[in-house]
Write a protein that binds this ligand. Structure first.
Ligand SMILES: *Cc1c(COP(=O)(O)O)cnc(C)c1O
Length: 433
């Protein structure tokens, strides 16, 4: 099938996520059809190469078509692609659990529960929290505390904890009993009877992604942990975005030596190749579900593709590459390099703020700084700038007016320069001066 036929069929048949479909289906709109990837580059239907500057939405870690991940998947494919994890087990799923836990030496996280994506990893942690309290003497603990501008996924449960009204959408007023707070200070003013109802606190550690790459103050996570311990409230860390090196350490919470009760992983778990997620938890939580079958303490939750062998094989290869390519060791110089480049653009008249956490950066653009006149959301300026940057060989997506840089970890400093330059050129071209 030629590409113009494919694009026609796309518009005829498909419905894309987070996409205003009227604009998508406009005859004038020719979507990019990605046909191939190699390292940090993706190739379109026209043979044009683009740098994947947001890691195909925060997922890819070591580049596309990496031989180690490709061959691990192919090797597993020869054996078997998928078998059920209900009542059965399989070698890659077992080996992966051991590898994941070994990334957290000394941690009390000792159990791994698989699912398919970030939202289900969160859902798992929430359900485990609520069921734990309900069958271990504290049925009154049934409220989940989350933060303003938080994003934890799109299933009803995960969305009901979200702090971004647009993304709550039809989940508004439904889902978990939740309580939104804006910051740590707000915790201190919670009345004791409210605190006693809280089952768990959920947070994106160090940086809120979908909020526009917003950083928490240094030390905040540690303070939150202390508060949770004081009140015996579970701490759920959503490291769906921050996990696997993005922040400079394997996991974001390791920057503040925090001990969560739940750690939710997805996006980068397979290096960005296949849908797989993991929720890690403690022996204490696990033990709270033990008992005779008739006691009804079992965790009745799961998905068909739990423990998928191809996904687990990809995840094992992903972790293997961290060792073979010294991915984490090489990160600090790249992070510093990105900082330097961001520092240079900080004073630009259309740059309101630059925010960085490891190899994650947000560049917030504005119409003018003095006086402060932001772009209206409806102007879609962030989206226009990112679209324009394709001319300069860069693919990324904004969060409203925040341009996102989140490249695969195997990016080079020269390629970081290319990304910043392309985005700034696009800002110049579109925002005028
Ligand atoms: C992407 C994301 C999710 C949801 O993951 P999906 O795989 O899209 O369901 C949850 N939390 C955070 C922080 C994310 O970035």
């Amino acid at each position: 099938m030629n590409f113009s036929t494919l694009v026609e069929l796309d518009k005829k048949n498909l419905w894309h996520p987070f996409t205003p479909m009227e604009a998508w289906c406009d005859p004038e709109h020719e979507p990019l059809c990605l046909v191939k990837g190699e390292g940090v580059y993706l190739e379109s239907q026209h043979g044009t190469r683009y740098l994947d500057a947001n890691s195909s939405i925060w997922a890819n870690l070591h580049g596309h078509a990496h031989p180690t991940i490709n061959s691990a998947i192919a090797k597993q494919l020869e054996l078997v692609s998928h078998t059920s994890f209900l009542g059965f087990t399989n070698p890659p799923a077992i080996e992966l659990s051991e590898q994941l836990l070994s990334l957290l030496p000394g941690s009390s996280l000792q159990k791994v529960f698989y699912s398919d994506n970030g939202s289900t990893a969160i859902e798992t942690a929430l359900r485990m929290s609520l069921q734990y309290w309900s069958q271990n003497g504290h049925p009154e603990k049934d409220v989940i505390l989350s933060f303003d501008r938080a994003y934890h996924g799109d299933t009803l449960g995960a969305a009901s904890l979200g702090g971004i009204p647009l993304f709550r959408g039809s989940a508004s007023g439904l889902g978990y009993k939740s309580h939104l707070i804006s910051n740590l200070e707000a915790l201190e003013s919670l009345p004791a009877d409210r605190i006693s109802q809280i089952a768990a606190v959920i947070i994106e550690p160090l940086i809120q992604g979908s909020a526009g790459m917003r950083l928490w103050p240094k030390g905040m996570l540690k303070q939150l942990e202390i508060w949770c311990r004081k009140h015996d409230i579970f701490l759920i860390l959503d490291e769906v975005m921050t996990g696997f090196g993005r922040t400079g350490k394997m996991f974001a919470h390791q920057h503040e030596e925090v001990e969560p009760d739940f750690l939710c992983l997805a996006k980068g778990l397979t290096g960005g190749y296949l849908p797989l997620a993991a929720t890690l938890t403690t022996q204490r939580v696990f033990d709270g579900f033990l008992g005779k079958v008739e006691e009804g303490r079992t965790f009745y939750y799961g998905h068909t593709y739990t423990g998928n062998a191809l996904g687990c094989a990809a995840a094992l290869a992903n972790l293997q590459i961290f060792g073979e390519e010294n991915t984490l060791e090489k990160l600090s110089s790249k992070i510093e390099h990105l900082s330097k480049r961001l520092e240079e653009i900080r004073e630009h008249p259309h740059i309101l703020e630059v925010r960085q956490c490891g190899l994650i950066a947000g560049i917030e653009i504005t119409r003018s700084k003095q006086p402060l006149v932001p772009y209206e959301a409806a102007e879609l300026m962030g989206a226009k700038v990112c679209l324009h940057a394709r001319q300069y060989g860069i693919l990324t997506r904004p969060v409203l007016n925040t341009l996102v840089i989140m490249p695969p970890l195997n990016i080079t400093c020269e390629q970081i320069d290319l990304i910043v330059k392309a985005l700034m050129q696009s800002v110049e071209d579109l925002c005028g001066n």
